[in-house]
Design a protein around this ligand. Structure first.
Ligand SMILES: Nc1ncnc2c1ncn2[C@@H]1O[C@H](COP(=O)(O)OP(=O)(O)O)[C@@H](O)[C@H]1O
Ligand SMILES: [Mg+2]
Ligand SMILES: [Zn+2]
Length: 376
């Protein structure tokens, strides 16, 4: 089968949510948007903020569809039918009245000025002229001034939907004229479920554990998670498997983390040699491994303070591991372990190789295990 006959569409692109209900997480922002759209109170400028890959561009396009739809302004356009021609065109990026600008690539004032001069002409087909400006913080100062002029007195048919990962870089004069909607990094649970949902739709065999490992690595970004899935599926010959995923990410999985925690908990060196050789055989990315230990100690410390079954989605460490070990270490010990691992990462660049940096860090964790000090 040639590639040309089966062009592979990246999962992140293929599964861009088309409606509010398809968007994962972001409940508060979506609730606010639905209410205002259903009440037909459309603000003249929305500003979507938050880290990469969590739905800013996606939501901007959904808002555009909701207010331009042939069937009328609604948070649920054509609930049971196919998308109308306007909505289809907006989704494909070729509706003349929805103008998408990438602030990162068009920072010259002329681009923005030419664009903003066009705001004086009413929409050609739609109800509104919608300007979606991505990475708006990248606009030059003079472009901001041009934008500000229109924002001060926008024609009633002009709507702005601005998006940025870096709201601090936006001048206060612009900020004060926007309705700001703060999106959140997505939880491990939300990302895991989305991966499982997509795998099911695609008919891909998927280990739940693989999905969780990827969700954790993505650190809140759905786009990153789906790109990692693409890679893992390619490496796993069409399926999403735990072992292929671990080796792709250069990490070791919960099993090994648990054994390291067991060493610390039992304060014994009996299993040490075996654990270290298991790790060596996996030849992981040692820096990632140290980072995973850091995350684990952070999550255990936090879990001790705020614990509770309902809070599992704020942690990247698995609930089983948290439950199993949260009683085994004092708060002070966890602080110390965390610091020792951070230092391990610092020293990593001076070490002869990754294995040595990692192993010395494990030995240091054992030396400084508080209970052990008492015994000595
Ligand atoms: N909240 C979300 N729910 C479902 N999928 C999402 C979400 N956020 C991002 N994605 C996925 O990641 C891709 C990129 O999202 P996008 O909205 O462009 O992110 P950004 O916040 O960087 O603008 C989407 O096409 C979609 O597949
Ligand atoms: Mg974007
Ligand atoms: Zn429509």
């Amino acid at each position: 089968m040639s590639e040309a006959l089966h062009p592979y569409l990246a999962l992140a692109r293929k599964y861009r949510p088309a409606t509010f209900d398809d968007v994962v997480g972001q409940e508060q922002v979506i609730e606010a948007l639905k209410n205002s759209i259903n009440a037909k109170k459309i603000h003249h400028a929305y500003l979507l903020t938050g880290t990469r890959g969590i739905g800013k561009t996606t939501l901007a396009r959904i808002i555009a569809k909701c207010i331009e739809c042939v069937d009328g302004i609604s948070a649920h356009p054509h609930e049971h039918n196919e998308e109308c021609d306007f909505c289809k065109a907006i989704a494909n990026g070729n509706f003349p009245d929805v103008i998408e600008i990438d602030g990162a690539s068009q920072t010259k004032v002329d681009d923005t000025r030419a664009l903003l001069e066009n705001t004086q002409y009413p929409p050609l087909q739609g109800r509104f002229k919608v300007y979606i400006i991505d990475e708006v913080h990248m606009l030059s100062t003079s472009s901001f001034n041009a934008l500000l002029k229109t924002l001060e007195e926008p024609p009633q048919y002009v709507k702005f939907i601005l998006a940025t990962t870096d709201p601090q870089k936006i001048p206060a004069t612009v900020l004060s004229r926007c309705l700001r909607l703060q999106l959140k990094a997505l939880s491990v649970a939300d990302i895991t479920n989305r991966i499982l949902y997509i795998a099911d739709k695609e008919g891909i065999v998927c280990d739940k554990e693989a999905a969780i490992i990827i969700a954790r690595t993505a650190r809140g970004s759905m786009r990153d998670a789906l790109s990692l899935c693409d890679q893992a599926i390619a490496l796993g010959n069409g399926s999403l498997k735990r072992d292929a995923t671990l080796s792709m990410l250069g990490t070791v999985g919960d099993g090994v983390l648990v054994r390291i925690l067991d060493l610390l908990k039992s304060n014994s060196t009996q299993e040490l040699g075996e654990v270290l050789s298991t790790v060596r055989n996996l030849s992981p990315n040692y820096k990632n491994l140290l980072n995973e230990l850091i995350m684990t100690f952070h999550d255990l410390a936090l879990f001790q303070m705020i614990g509770g079954e309902d809070k599992f989605n704020v942690f990247s460490t698995s609930p089983d591991l948290l439950k199993a070990f949260s009683q085994d270490f004092s708060a002070e010990a966890l602080q110390l372990y965390y610091q020792i691992c951070l230092e391990g990462i610092e020293e990593y660049r001076f070490a002869i190789d990754g294995a040595m940096a990692f192993e010395m860090t494990v030995l240091r964790l054992l030396c400084f295990t508080p209970e052990k000090k008492k015994i000595l």
